[in-house]
Structures are given as structure tokens and as C-alpha cells.
Design a protein around this ligand. Structure first.
Ligand code: UDP
Ligand code: MG
Length: 317
């Protein structure tokens, strides 16, 4: 089992040697590669990485991005350049502990597809980091139906095949487990150590929570409705049209029973508006259906995922 450790790096010059040493100690008797992605660092991180690649030619690979694309894009680049059957993501800032990795790999060997680190004793600012993250985790768990305590923890291990075909946008790397859950992966959560940041600065603040919540809409849509958008659009449209008929009924009753003029009240306007809106939403759903067909067929992307094929003509895809 070959393991690829993918590390996104943005201005972490003080951490890199220590991280490399920690990883080397933790992984020493395994077959592994370290894929460092320099995400347009403006300090000497890249120089340090190049030196590491020269010293540890057997293990280190460095992917240099042309500019700063953000942590998610850096992770995506790392995954694309990784050769292992198992991919472990870890931050470069030493807040995650490389010593946890062997334990996580054991879980993969036991047959899990995703091993998700959970920072039980999180060492970050309580008000601006820990609290928003608790709320976000609760919300993501409810919406995606994949209950995890710590979506935000980068330290996670994945069997490569569950990542195939999943494209990372925005802040999406944290949603990989939810996506994997959507394609039927076996997921387990394990407590991991967490340390305060010793060197360098944290790159994010509170605004990230907002992005995460917006991304959640996309993820929910992709994992639950990407094959059948008409269900969500059509459902909404039908509900609106139903509302419109209900209001119309109220108007007619009022007209018949109390002889009130239809146009005297704003209800008539609402009836018409709801009807048009409902109709439009259904049409939108039909367009989405067309898009989805193009999406799946242009990429030859099936609407299911196979764990394995037993017997007969066995083919790896
Ligand atoms: N990072 C990156 N590109 C960015 C911002 C961050 O590659 O634009 C890396 C950073 O070097 C670190 C990881 O992503 O390895 C997590 O960053 P940080 O520690 O600031 O985030 P937090 O731990 O606060 O979520
Ligand atoms: Mg950090």
C-alpha cells in the first residue's frame, strides 16, 4: 500500500523542516511520498522545499503553483500529482501531528475508505474559531447526513478511489468526507492531537465560516440532487403553484361568501405571482436536467460508483 502525504504550503518557512522530520519519523518503514504544494508563498518556503527535495530525493516532491490559489486548490493540485493508493492530507503548520498518521493508516487497512481526524482538544481561539466551527460542523452533518465532529480538520486519510471524479472548488476540501459519504464510502472518525500554531500566522478568520456555509448549498445539491435536479426545482415549483391555487381558493370563497371584490386585495397579485414563479421554477428544473445529462455524458461519468466487482471479467477503472 503506497501512501501519499499531501501538504498545502503557504508561507510556512519555519515549519517545513520540523514537519518533514516529523513525517519521516512517523512513516519511516512505510512506502510513502511527500507531496508538498507551494501555494505561491512569498517567504522562503519554496527554497526550503527545494532543499528538502534535494536531501530526501526518495520521498519529497514539490509542486510549485504560479500564484496563491488557496488551500483547497493547493490540495487539489497535490492530489492530482500524488501516486499513492492512499492519500493523507495534513496542514504544514504543525498544528496536526504526523505521529497520528500510522494509526489512521491502520484504519484504512481495516477497510475504511475515509479516516477523518477529529481535533478533540482544539488549540485555536475559542470565540472566532472553535465556536463557529462547532456550528458549521453541526450544520454540515445535518444537511449532508454524514455526521462528523470536525469537518475542518485537514488531517484525514482517503482511499484514492473514493476521490476519483470529485472536483474541488472554493473551500470544498472540507466537504470531501460528505461527498465520499454520498458515493457510499465507509467513514470512521478518530481523535487526533492538535497543537497551537508556534510559527507563522493563521491565514483565515471568521469570514471563512460564511464561505463554508455557501459551499454547503452546492455540496448538498451535488450530493443529493445532481442526478435529478427536477426533484428539487420541480418540488419547489409545485409547492409555489399549490400556494397560488390555495390563495385563489381563498379569494373565490371570499367573493362568494362575503361579496368582496377580487382586485381590492393584494392577494390576487400574490396568486398570479406565485403561479408564474412556480411555473418558472419548474422550467428551470427542466433546463437543469438537460445540463446534468450533458455533464454526465460529456465526461462519461456514471451516475453510480462501484466498490468492486467480484468474479468474471474483472476490470480496474
Ligand atoms: N494554506 C495554503 N494556501 C492558502 C492558505 C493556507 O496552502 O492560501 C495552507 C497553510 O500553509 C496551511 C494550511 O493551508 O498548511 C492551513 O492554513 P492555516 O493553518 O492558516 O488554517 P487553519 O489551520 O487556521 O484552518
Ligand atoms: Mg492551522
Amino acid at each position: 500500500m503506497r501512501v501519499s502525504i499531501v501538504v498545502p504550503v503557504y508561507n510556512e518557512k519555519e515549519n517545513l523542516y520540523l514537519l518533514h522530520r516529523g513525517l519521516t519519523e512517523a512513516l519511516n518503514d512505510l512506502s510513502y511520498e511527500l507531496v508538498f504544494v507551494d501555494d505561491g508563498s512569498t517567504d522562503e518556503s519554496l527554497d526550503k522545499l527545494v532543499k528538502l527535495a534535494e536531501q530526501d530525493t526518495d520521498h519529497v516532491r514539490v509542486i510549485e503553483l504560479r500564484r496563491n490559489f488557496g488551500q483547497t486548490a493547493a490540495i487539489a493540485a497535490g492530489i492530482d500529482h500524488a501516486h499513492g493508493e492512499v492519500i493523507v492530507l495534513i496542514d504544514a503548520d504543525l498544528q496536526n501531528d504526523p505521529a497520528d498518521i500510522p494509526m489512521m493508516l491502520e484504519k484504512i487497512k481495516e477497510g475504511y475508505d475515509v479516516v477523518s481526524g477529529w481535533r478533540v482538544k482544539r488549540q485555536d481561539a475559542f470565540l472566532t474559531r472553535t465556536i463557529p466551527s462547532r456550528i458549521a460542523n453541526w450544520l454540515i452533518s445535518k444537511v449532508t447526513g454524514v455526521p462528523l465532529h470536525d469537518y475542518g480538520c485537514t488531517l484525514k486519510a482517503y482511499r484514492r478511489d473514493v476521490l476519483a471524479g470529485f472536483h474541488l472548488y472554493g473551500e470544498m476540501h472540507r466537504f470531501i468526507p460528505a461527498y465520499a459519504g454520498g458515493v457510499g464510502a465507509r467513514i470512521i472518525e478518530v481523535p487526533v492531537k492538535h497543537h497551537p500554531r508556534r510559527f507563522g500566522k493563521a491565514k483565515y478568520g471568521l469570514e471563512r465560516t460564511l464561505k463554508v456555509i455557501l459551499d454547503l448549498f452546492t455540496v448538498k445539491f451535488i450530493t443529493s440532487y445532481a442526478n435529478k435536479p427536477i426533484y428539487i426545482f420541480g418540488g419547489t415549483g409545485l409547492a409555489l403553484i399549490f400556494g397560488s391555487f390555495f390563495l385563489l381558493g381563498v379569494l373565490i370563497l371570499r367573493r362568494l361568501l362575503f361579496e368582496e371584490h377580487l382586485i381590492r386585495s393584494p392577494l390576487l397579485l400574490m396568486t398570479v405571482m406565485l403561479f408564474i414563479l412556480g411555473f418558472q421554477t419548474i422550467l428551470l428544473g427542466l433546463i437543469a436536467e438537460l445540463l446534468v445529462r450533458t455533464y454526465h455524458e460529456s465526461q462519461a461519468k456514471p451516475t453510480y460508483t462501484v466498490r468492486r466487482v467480484i468474479g468474471g471479467d474483472r476490470r480496474e477503472s
